[in-house]
Ligand binder design. Structure first.
Ligand SMILES: [Zn+2]
Ligand SMILES: [Zn+2]
Ligand SMILES: [Zn+2]
Length: 253
């Protein structure tokens, strides 16, 4: 399995439009963070988790020319805004794109991309094949995927465990039940927004506590704000098996 971090930034991305802070002005490529998403390639199957506003650019950068399904964590705009661009894969593959999400997430997709669900569709609109998921394990091309329900303030969000890789974003609470689903995970991607307290995201300190409980061999923090600080400086503060992810980072497991 190969995991590629397509984007590791919070909803505004880094740099933030109009911001002159040292992170937004940094020349380090690891301080340039598109909206959060990962690509997972496993046994010839190609999946993305979330399609934010930078989806097109991420597909082009990583030269991804085949996509079997999209997994959605939740319906916030920074996670679904790029969904229209699955059209490219509709044309290439000659079929609809399976989009997996909870009934609530898919309901929002139908609202925000209403034109893709009209009886008389305008030619060229995306073909989205909505696939409801719940908290039970499901399969795509024989690959088992275990949902990891977490909370994002008062909004349920789904993380995903694929083999020994687990991906959780936009959480500020992980239940005991989900902790038990995470047991034995080798590589964990977890959201860590910034050092300052936040109402709907783990701070760096809170993410470190969770990472220690989950105890993966390697943990990567993602969904990072410019307020976190420079990649290089923050990296020095982290224990050996915990690192900040950055755009383009690949992990093979
Ligand atoms: Zn988000
Ligand atoms: Zn900034
Ligand atoms: Zn969110």
């Amino acid at each position: 399995m190969k995991v590629t971090f397509l984007g590791t930034g919070t909803s505004q991305g880094v740099p933030v439009i109009g911001c002159e802070c040292e992170v937004c002005r940094s020349l380090d490529y690891r301080d340039k963070r598109l909206r959060v998403s990962v690509h997972v390639e496993i046994d010839g199957t190609s999946l993305v988790i979330d399609t934010g506003p930078d989806f097109r650019q991420q597909m082009l950068r990583e030269r991804i020319s085949k996509l079997d399904a999209v997994l959605l964590t939740h319906s916030h705009k920074d996670h679904i805004a790029g969904l229209d661009d699955v059209r490219a894969f509709n044309y290439l593959q000659g079929k609809g794109m399976p989009i997996y999400g909870t009934p609530k997430t898919l309901e929002q997709v139908k609202k925000e991309f209403y034109y893709a669900f009209e009886a008389q569709k305008y030619p060229g609109t995306p073909v989205l094949s909505l696939q409801e998921l719940n908290e039970n394990e499901f399969e795509i091309n024989g690959i088992k995927i275990l949902p990891l329900p977490v909370m994002h303030l008062n909004m349920p969000v789904i993380g995903f465990r694929i083999g020994d890789f687990s991906y959780i974003t936009d959480a500020n609470f992980i239940s005991e039940e989900t902790h038990s689903r995470l047991k034995g995970t080798n590589v964990l991607a977890l959201n860590a927004l910034q050092k300052e307290r936040h109402q709907s995201h783990f701070t760096l300190e809170e993410a470190l506590v969770q990472a220690k409980i989950i105890n993966a061999e390697q943990t990567y923090f993602t969904h990072i704000s410019h307020k976190m600080g420079l990649h290089q400086a923050v990296s020095k503060e982290l224990p050996p098996c915990i690192a900040l992810a950055y755009d383009g980072l690949t992990v093979t497991l």
